[in-house]
Design a protein around this ligand. Structure first.
Ligand code: SF4
Length: 350
């Protein structure tokens, strides 16, 4: 009998060309508020609005980079979409199915198509399970394939992500951070997902390893027609993998456009300072601490534009009026008073 190739073993959904106007994920006005309790009676004293009215869409075969400083709500956004935490409100449509309203069994089925790669390659793998057991866990949970096929598939996936199929029998503590992240990627791929939330998948890795993992994720996206929500705090990390980028600040998206347009023509002052803090490729010189001040507490956000206490271009109106999101050109949206003249507001989801 003819020996099957790796690609034949790792069957996946049909690849789709990036840019096809075929929406896979539609997120509209997503909100996640965490109650803040104080006192003996644990009375609710307020809410931390970790995600506050976030809207975007991801087309088939597309990567949306979601960028912002730590604590801006990007990880909460990713986990709310997958319902790893329950959102407070909003709408998430995946292939047209309303994810936030699905009952347990329907949610379990759709989760097979929506996977996550975690930030921490050390904490996200069960140290008591073999690598093979970790990669096959989802296949067993979803009743996919026979036992022999699961083993064959897991070993083929390990080879595809750059590991040795013999690593199947070893344990996570025997691997480096980069290798563990490859195990996490194989685990996410095992159940043939269409969409993966990559939650800061390289931020815990050395710079040289980061490039390898980003290249691997790019190759897998093309090969299997995957769509990613790629979360990072550093714009340089998302530049090459993202088709479009959304910049998040204090629970809200403040700018969203194609990757090329964002790097060529950033509009929002926060995006500009994020770009200015990207290390120079030529000199590898770190340009940190460019952004003045700390990100404000989401429990007590500043009035008006939440970025105004740190904004080098703040005006009087910024201290009192929340800027509306406006469409600048060709889908380039921005929430900033500098661009509110003579332009119509954008509906959530645009
Ligand atoms: Fe800066 Fe004002 Fe724009 Fe906010 S609205 S980013 S404070 S210029």
């Amino acid at each position: 009998m003819r020996e099957r190739s790796l690609t034949e073993i790792i069957t996946m959904s049909t690849p789709v060309e990036p840019g096809s106007n075929n929406v896979l994920l539609q997120v509209t006005d997503l909100r996640k508020y965490f109650p803040v309790r104080r006192g003996l009676m644990a009375t609710v004293r307020g809410h931390v609005k970790a995600v506050d009215g976030v809207s975007f869409e991801i087309r088939r075969g597309e990567t949306l980079g979601l960028v912002g400083e730590s604590g801006c709500g990007k990880t909460t956004t990713g986990r709310s979409i997958l319902r790893l935490i329950e959102p407070t409100g909003g709408e998430v449509l995946f292939n047209g199915s309303p994810v936030l309203h699905l009952a347990d069994e329907e949610l379990r089925k759709i989760r097979k198509q929506m996977q996550i790669i975690f930030q921490d390659p050390y904490g996200s793998l069960n140290p008591r399970m073999t690598v093979g057991g970790i990669v096959m866990e989802g296949l067993i949970a979803h009743g996919m394939y026979s036992r022999a096929e699961r083993i064959e598939r897991a070993q083929a996936l390990l080879a595809r992500v750059g590991l040795d199929p013999e690593h199947f029998y070893r344990y996570p503590h025997e691997f480096s951070g980069g290798q563990r992240q490859r195990i996490g990627i194989a685990r996410a791929l095992a159940v043939e997902p269409q969409f993966i939330v990559c939650d800061e998948p390289v931020s815990a890795l050395d710079v040289s390893i980061q490039a390898q993992i980003i290249n691997l994720l790019s190759d897998l996206k093309r090969e299997f027609g995957l769509s990613y929500l790629f979360i990072a705090h550093d714009l340089s990390v998302v530049e090459h993998i993202s088709d479009r980028v959304a910049v998040m600040y204090l629970g809200k998206i403040v700018e969203q456009t194609t990757s090329e347009e964002l790097f060529r023509n950033p509009l929002h002052p926060y995006t500009k300072v994020l770009l200015a803090s990207v290390p120079s490729l030529e000199t590898r010189e770190e340009k940190r601490h460019v952004i003045e001040g700390d990100i404000p507490s989401p429990l007590h956000p500043p009035p008006g534009c939440p970025f105004h206490p740190r904004c080098p271009e703040a005006m009087d109106i910024c201290r009192t009026e929340v800027p509306t999101t406006i469409q600048h050109a060709d889908g380039h949206s921005v929430a900033c008073h500098l661009y509110t003249m003579d332009v119509a507001p954008v509906r959530p989801g645009n």
